[in-house]
Design a protein around this ligand. Structure first.
Ligand code: ATP
Length: 507
């Protein structure tokens, strides 16, 4: 059995391999994720969710909302506008500072984030490994460029063959375009916010931004929420919504997109309790992913080093996942202190303090922020679910099969219903079961076309945990078979027990 975790990774986001290609192909073939505007050649950094993908994504968002808003009495929800007064982004520092240094190739116009080009120390280390024989030339190129460096590959192959002095190789490679070898421009700042204009005039007074994060909508409404709901610190405001970033180099499928969704909580508390709440949220959010099916061996909770912390953050941890293209961030949990509310108080002139009528203390709350990406989480669950194994076909011969082992709560379709054959009254009985399952609120799929084995396999690829089949025996004792996607085990149960059986196992 192949699960993607067996595939060797090359560290940070960058390397893709066959497995990622298989996952992307399955997503398209089965209607999970399509390239946006594909009929016009697509548009870089934008993706559409198809019929199965939208169910998966919606399940994920609903579970998050249930867990962090509905099941708690200390968090309320919000749905703020995507476009806000541009002064919000001045206060938050995004207009001045939300930028990545970028470098362009003068020859082929390839664009790189400065931090994705290898440093001199990295080039030296990799060439050392290559010279010692602990890395092949191809691995060296992957390690330096994430597999996207034709020029580096040519140079390193030649150097390897001719045994060129490593310091000479470094001089040839360093500061050059990994793809074509062209000269690179100096690093330039590049603001990641997408701009638009509001109203009829397109001038500087009508500039607005598509929000690069949902968090600021929460900070801007903090007072409104405090004044209108009977909630007081410690309390949180949660929001799910679209965010936009003009990423210099969108890549790794949906992982780094220009339009994506975030699920964010801003949790407001007294500064004396901030460390406690930070630890609480860091551990709770990490566990949330494990409970939904990400295995702990591929999930990592990484505390930031002091020199990695943003200037406003007191502590920060990343929840990271070992994707086929490397270990990368799913969610960040940060103690942002009172930085954001203070900035908004300064810029808006509005009082952001909370008055505690019991202790008579007036203070600006400190904020713990668990900030996750919906699309990155969906991609992690897709990668985790992707499995290849063998299962018997209609004639009992073992055949390769691909299955998506989604946690049943996440699975887009919970139940599929089939008549064994399309005659002898079986379709009518199966249709009736299908209607009953749908009426119970579970997603269900009816299929009567083709060999039964093929129908099972289609559902395996869609990640459907249970397949119900009506056969000859159904007419004798009102039972059906119910097949488990992962174990292939088939139980015989009474027709009227189907919904109950599935509900018990969805959790
Ligand atoms: P990265 O370092 O990967 O660019 P970040 O640290 O800038 O991410 P945050 O600003 O902390 O990300 O955003 C919170 C979450 O939003 C991230 O953990 C991620 O899940 C999601 N996110 C951020 N940028 C993107 C993107 N371009 N595409 C998809 N999801 C994103």
């Amino acid at each position: 059995m192949i699960r993607f975790g067996d595939v060797k990774n090359m560290g940070k986001e960058g390397k893709t391999d066959d497995l990622m290609e298989k996952i992307v192909a399955l997503c398209k073939r089965r209607g999970f994720i399509f390239q946006s505007s594909e009929i016009y050649g697509g548009i870089n950094g934008f993706w559409d969710y198809g019929p199965l993908g939208v169910e998966l994504k919606r399940n994920l968002k609903n579970i998050w909302w249930e867990d962090v808003v509905r099941k708690r009495d200390d968090i309320v929800g919000l749905d703020a506008a995507i476009i806000m007064n541009p002064k919000v982004w001045e206060a938050s520092g995004h207009v001045g500072g939300f930028s990545d240094p970028r470098v362009d190739c003068k020859e082929c116009n390839a664009r790189y984030r400065l931090d994705e080009l290898p440093t001199r120390v990295r080039v030296e280390a990799v060439i050392d490994e290559m010279t010692n024989g602990t890395m092949t030339v191809e691995e060296a190129v992957d390690a330096l460029t994430g597999g996207n460096g034709d020029h580096f590959l040519r140079i390193l192959k030649k150097a390897h063959k001719k045994r060129t002095n490593p310091s000479d190789v470094i001089e040839i490679l360093f500061g050059k375009c990994p793809q074509c070898g062209g000269e690179l421009t100096d690093a330039r700042q590049f603001n990641l916010m997408l701009k638009t204009f509001i109203g009829a005039m397109e001038d500087s007074s009508s500039v607005a931004y598509l929000r690069p994060e949902t968090a600021q909508g929460i900070f801007a409404n903090y007072k409104n929420v405090l004044d209108t709901s009977r909630i007081r610190p410690p309390f949180g405001i949660a929001q799910i919504g679209k965010a936009f970033r003009n990423e210099i180099n969108p890549r790794n499928f949906t992982f780094r997109s220009r339009e994506f969704e975030q699920m964010e909580i801003e949790f407001f508390c007294h500064k004396d309790d901030a460390d406690k709440w930070y630890e609480y949220w860091r551990d709770a959010r990490y566990k949330w992913y494990i409970d939904l099916g990400l295995t702990s061996s591929r999930l990592r909770l990484r505390d930031h080093e002091t020199d990695e912390l943003a200037h406003y953050a007191k502590s920060c941890a990343d929840i990271e996942y070992d994707f086929p293209f490397g270990i990368s961030e799913l969610e960040g949990v940060a103690n942002r202190t009172d930085y954001d509310l203070k900035k908004h108080q300064e810029h808006s002139g509005k009082d952001m303090q909370f008055f505690d009528d019991q202790t008579k203390e007036r203070y600006i709350p400190h904020v713990i922020e668990p900030s996750g990406g919906v699309d990155r989480a969906v991609l992690a669950f897709i990668c985790e679910a992707y499995t290849e194994d063998e299962a018997p076909d209609d004639k009992g011969k073992m055949q390769k099969r691909i299955l998506m082992k989604f946690h049943p709560r996440l699975a887009p379709i919970k139940v599929a219903v089939f008549p064994l054959v399309k005659k002898e009254g079986m379709p009518e009985v199966a249709r009736k079961i299908y209607d009953d399952v749908l009426a119970s609120g579970l997603t269900c799929f009816y299929d009567e076309k083709g060999a039964i084995g093929r129908r099972y396999r289609r559902q395996d690829e869609a990640g459907t945990p249970f397949c119900v089949t009506v056969d000859g025996q159904t007419f004798e004792d009102q039972t059906v078979t119910i097949r488990d996607r992962d174990s292939l085990k088939q139980d015989r149960i009474a027709v009227e027990k189907v919904v109950e059986y599935v509900r018990e196992r969805i959790g």
